[in-house]
Ligand binder design. Sequence first.
Ligand code: OAD
Length: 247
Amino acid sequence: MQTSIDAAARVLARANMAVALTGAGISVESGIPPFRGKGGLWERFDPMTYAHIDAFRRHPEKVWTVLLKVLSDTLGKARPNAAHRGLAEMERRGCLQAVITQNVDGLHQDAGSREVIEFHGSMASHHCMDCHQAAPSATIDLADLPPRCDCGGVLRPDIVFFGEAIPTAALQRSAQFARMCDAILVVGTSATVEPAATLPRIAKQHGASVIEVNPEPTYLTTLSDFSLMGAAGAIVSRLVTALDAHL
Ligand code: OAD
């Protein structure tokens, strides 16, 4: 396994198709807490009580009050950081074909990334549990929880709760990118949640180089070709600078 940012940049520059897989860690420097580890959301909230679709169906007011309101407020204030901007810059330079993100914060799009696959959905839109009417987040009043549709049904964000399937199009496109790419840049994910965690493995089985960016070792580190240890903002910025020498 290699640790050289310059060598990783060379691999990315030479790839015919490179994609990124991102997780909560890439948004930590934007002020959004991760799920696992110190200060993680799942340290404060049991995911099966607050993030499972059955829990939401049974107690939408509780899930909205405890988890979704916190998420909405935090995401509303967050701005893209150097890592989001770096991936957008790589796409502009033709070095990255797509970002597959497990995040629901919309920060890749805010940073200028165009080809973004939202594997776990998005907090940017909601819909009614009863009549399925779509509701843009900006129109939702969170003064009274849970927020409701004009028909009286409970509104839910268009995110993937535990117990729900990954949106078919996102799953199929991501799997296709994983099979076809020759480099995958994995940034800020613990690689513990399936099926997202399988994507780098699929890529590796199909001959791609795996480049991991994370301050901690993960389940993916041993299969990675490059382990670039550090915070996403600094490492992705250095990768983008190093690309110049290889384009
Ligand atoms: P996790 O919270 O599991 O992992 C965050 C990762 O980011 C860890 O490996 C940290 O070491 C790393 N990290 C922390 N700070 C970082 C920084 N500044 N730069 C780079 N990396 C940093 O988040 P995910 O892997 O995204 O699913 O979690 C996957 C899924 O689990 C989420 O999408 C969510 C959650 O339950 C659903 O809600 C369906």
